[in-house]
Ligand binder design. Structure first.
Ligand code: VGL
Ligand code: ZN
Length: 214
């Protein structure tokens, strides 16, 4: 893909390509690291690249270990709704929170860190799970004249999907590049997220379809 092939109103948003979600990580997504070469290939084609990092305090409410008698992947009810409990992952400043060592981060103009409030999770790069607290990403993109975004990274059915759905709410034209993402797929979450994204008008394309102009 040629350098800066995408016009100035386009941005690539790279979601959570971090060690915790890659093989060997605490919340490893199957083949999570397989997205790295595809994303490295895509980044130079965009004039605007944003990276996100899941970035939790050690006492974060989404960690099963911070609740009495709870195991990972159980669900609890919090003031803002249902919350899946996860193994401890992406603790701020830890190796798990670092980007995968193979990810080229040089093209990024902005790194958004999310999930840093102890009592609120944030799958979405735009709005925390309380549905109210903004990360600032929408305002940043608007300030830079971005109208269209392409999403890649981990995990398809959580942070990528929630980001895509929130992008549609602020009227961004939104495409998820499906083969540059990998899913956790917990209790049918991939099928559910895919249906929700389609219903919200998110385009789902493979890198091959994108490159052939399909
Ligand atoms: C994610 C579960 C918990 C993600 C983050 O990046 O998809 N999933 N925290
Ligand atoms: Zn998390």
């Amino acid at each position: 893909m040629p350098l800066h092939a995408y016009p100035a109103d386009c941005a690539l948003i790279v979601i959570d390509v971090q060690n915790s979600f890659c093989p060997g990580g605490e919340l490893a997504v199957k083949d999570g690291d397989a997205v790295v070469p595809l994303i490295n290939q895509l980044m130079p084609a965009f004039q605007q690249v944003v990276l996100t990092q899941d970035w939790h305090p050690a006492d974060h409410i989404s960690f099963a270990g911070n609740h009495v008698s709870k195991t990972p992947f159980a669900s609890i009810t919090l003031p803002y709704g249902e919350q899946t409990l996860w193994p401890e992952h992406c603790v701020a400043g830890s190796h798990g929170a670092d980007f995968h060592a193979g990810l080229n981060t040089d093209y990024a103009q902005l790194i958004i860190r999310k999930g840093h409030h102890r009592a609120v999770d944030s799958y979405s790069a735009f709005v925390e799970a309380d549905g109210q607290t903004l990360t600032g990403l929408a305002a940043y993109l608007a300030a830079r004249g971005i109208k269209r975004i392409w999403l890649v990274g981990l995990a398809t059915d959580f942070c990528v999907a929630w980001s895509a759905l929130d992008a549609r709410k602020v009227r961004l034209e939104t495409t998820v590049i499906t083969d540059a993402c990998r899913a956790i797929d917990l209790n049918g979450s991939l099928a559910a997220a895919t249906a929700q994204m389609q219903a919200a008008g998110v385009h789902l394309q493979t890198l091959g379809e994108l490159q052939s102009g399909a």
